[in-house]
Design a protein around this ligand. Structure first.
Ligand SMILES: CSC[C@H]1O[C@H](OP(=O)(O)O)[C@H](O)[C@@H]1O
Ligand SMILES: Nc1ncnc2[nH]cnc12
Length: 295
């Protein structure tokens, strides 16, 4: 059995991971509140996968209402080593056409008012985020998408908007002028939280539309996105199978696995019991070392 355990966050149109061996649906409680739903855990080949539908079964949580903290906490609690997120994205670039896959490299955060950190209430941490995705995992995901028959673009900057409305035409042009290549509503704060949980993150976007900047194209709407995503969901599942097959047999440590070592600024002797208890999965490697301090 491999030592990889891949957490998959399925976005719009991808509400189940397809066939997993020995699949089990488990409801996992989180101190950060209700996750979007139960996880499905099982194997593809010798690799363990744990899947969560970002917007819940039946797409009940909008991008602003997804409990990103709980979803990431639950994946960490299940023991995942790495997170592969799959999203529907709009294209801000001529060359990225509907149906194409994009292995995202950079993120711009335009979301507002979402909980963006596990830390701050008793234990403060500042993790580095210069490179928000893990290059190793992203490369493996891009290769898998390619082997699954998708047209894949490696690299690209994703701008995360708050939504739930799509962008105005002026915003769409502005994001293009900033150098953003694709647009969505969910990769932030997800990527921030996954990093805080010391998990490498890769984001594969499936292009569903050209947003509203392109004169020759209909402006984006949900019907267009769902139509493309339904066609693409099978490709995404095929990508997961190829991803499992293409992983190196044994996972080697990543610098992200221990990123909190140099990120927590609050001295250990001041960590309070409730913060430690809440972080027992996210920062379990550190907070579970010694008995919690009594107040
Ligand atoms: C269904 S239309 C917009 C919706 O689709 C994307 O979701 P996800 O990233 O979870 O695939 C986008 O970010 C919006 O949330
Ligand atoms: N054009 C768009 N804007 C924001 N999120 C999206 N998800 C898919 N297409 C999108």
């Amino acid at each position: 059995m491999s030592n990889w355990h891949i957490g998959v966050i399925g976005g719009s149109g991808l509400y189940d991971p397809g066939a997993l061996e020995d699949a089990q649906e488990i409801s996992v409680a989180s101190p950060f509140g209700e996750p979007s739903g139960p996880v499905t855990t099982g194997r593809i080949g010798g690799v363990q996968f744990t899947f969560i539908a970002r917007h819940g079964a039946g797409h009940r949580f909008s991008p602003s209402h997804v409990n990103y903290c709980a979803n990431v906490d639950v994946l960490k609690r299940c023991g995942v080593t790495d997170v592969l997120a799959i999203s529907a994205i709009g294209s801000l670039k001529e060359e990225y056409a509907p149906g194409d896959f994009v292995a995202v490299e950079q993120l711009i955060d335009r979301t507002t008012g979402r909980q963006r950190s596990f830390f701050g209430d008793g234990i403060v941490a500042h993790v580095p985020l210069a490179d928000p995705v893990c290059p190793r995992l992203t490369k493996l995901a891009a290769k898998a998408a390619d082997r699954a028959g998708a047209k894949v673009h490696e690299g690209g900057t994703y701008v995360a908007i708050e939504g739930p409305q799509f962008s105005t035409r002026a915003e769409s042009h502005m994001f293009r002028s900033w150098g953003a290549d694709v647009i969505g509503m969910t990769a932030m704060p997800e990527a921030r939280l996954v990093r805080e949980a010391e998990l490498p993150y890769a984001l594969v976007g499936m292009v569903t539309d050209y947003d509203c900047w392109r004169d020759s194209e209909e402006d984006v709407d949900v019907a267009q996105i769902i139509k493309t995503m339904t066609t693409n969901a099978e490709n995404a599942r095929a990508m997961l199978a190829e991803f499992a097959a293409g992983l190196p047999k044994q996972r080697k440590a990543s610098a992200i696995d221990t990123v909190l070592d140099t990120a927590i600024i609050t001295p250990r002797e001041l960590w309070d019991v409730s913060a430690r208890t809440k972080l027992d999965a996210v920062a379990g490697r550190l907070v579970n070392l010694t008995p919690p301090r009594k107040k």
